[in-house]
Design a binder for this molecule. Structure first.
Ligand code: A3P
Length: 328
């Protein structure tokens, strides 16, 4: 009896070992058998559904050989608080677009960069060769070493930058940090005292919320590596008020057949923003509450001072991009 038990346990252990050996390194296949998106089924379920791969096909592994993790064809490089999340989510309504689920921060973080190229690719979703993979990491736009690093990996990648009125963007940036401090029960100075240098009464250009909004300076660094034709600038203010024309321009820039229509975007008056309706029309969703948070009141004189400060940089930005924005 004891011998029989030992034999059974032995063959069970051997079976487990054999399973592990044959499955290690085939994580993509593990994703293929997920019946739906869940915490134990990262990204695989939804991506495969989007690609039109049925559960039966996934279970039988029919599509296994055709699915790959591709390096991004396009990267949303910024700008922080410009509407990067809305842009990515809206673009991924297109049946040929797949997105990295989270901000990857490969090129701006030395720690991630040291993990290497394969790590970066492993952060991308499964897709077919004909699909366009997009990732967004807004810190790329302002981090000095990033253009050269991206160029080194893929010199033909398409770059998307979404910008907003630089003053509003700075307030939005501040509002995000303020919320984080409050959550930790920490105090934080008023916006006015951060943007205006108390000693000189001039604009504090060292304050990150200000320097990030000097779009022309950052863009010039990118243009040392990439031609302007490879960069598409999205108007983040228009993405809020009337997103479809902006999204259609991006579809053209990415050489995608136009697929996103008015049916995919509807204004939600409770939320005060456009929300998304997927191709099957019965799935609707809005962005998380952290997108579109209330901004603090700022003294009008300080707003005016910022407008005057940004004006020459804005003109430069219009000149470089060949696009005018309606920033006051
Ligand atoms: P506010 O929170 O200041 O309103 P990012 O994703 O780059 O962090 O940008 C956040 C900003 O996206 C928000 O800034 C919001 O105004 C803007 N946005 C654009 N379209 C949106 C949408 N459909 N739903 C929610 N926020 C949207």
């Amino acid at each position: 009896m004891v011998l029989l038990k030992q034999l059974l346990l032995g063959s069970l252990a051997a079976g487990i070992l054999l399973y592990l050996i044959t499955h290690l390194g085939h994580q993509d296949r593990v994703h293929l058998v997920c019946p739906s998106e869940s915490s134990t089924c990262p990204a695989g379920g939804s991506v495969l559904r989007k690609l039109g791969v049925t559960y039966e096909q996934r279970r039988n592994g029919v599509a296994t050989g055709r699915l790959v993790r591709q390096l991004p064809h396009a990267i949303i490089i910024g700008v922080r608080k410009g509407g990067t999340r809305a842009l990515l989510e809206m673009l991924s309504l297109h049946p040929k677009v797949v997105k990295a689920a989270q901000e990857v921060h490969f090129f701006d973080s030395n720690k991630n960069y040291a993990r290497g190229f394969d790590w970066y690719r492993s952060r991308m979703p499964l897709s077919l060769n004909s699909h366009v993979t997009i990732e967004k990491s807004p810190a790329y736009f302002t981090t000095e070493k990033v253009p050269e690093r991206i160029f080194g990996i893929n010199a033909s990648v398409k770059l998307l930058v979404i910008v907003r009125d630089p003053v509003i963007r700075a307030v939005s940036d501040y509002a995000q940090v303020l919320e984080g401090k409050r959550r930790k029960n920490k105090t934080y100075p008023r916006f006015e005292s951060l943007v205006v240098d108390q000693a000189t009464c001039s604009v504090n250009t060292k304050y990150k919320a200000v320097s990030t909004s000097v779009y022309a300076k950052h863009l010039e660094r990118w243009l040392l590596f990439f031609p302007i034709e490879q960069v598409h600038v999205v108007d983040g203010d228009r993405l809020i008020s009337d997103p479809l024309p902006e999204i259609q321009m991006v579809e053209r820039f990415l050489n995608l057949t136009p697929q996103i229509s008015r049916d995919n975007l509807y204004f939600n008056s409770t939320r005060g923003f456009y929300c998304l309706r997927s191709e099957r029309r019965h799935v609707t969703r809005c962005l998380a509450g952290s997108k579109g948070r209330a901004h603090p009141h700022v003294r009008p004189a300080v707003l005016e001072q910022l407008r005057v400060f940004f004006h020459p940089y804005n003109q430069k930005f219009y000149q470089i991009t060949g696009r005018s924005f309606t920033w006051p």
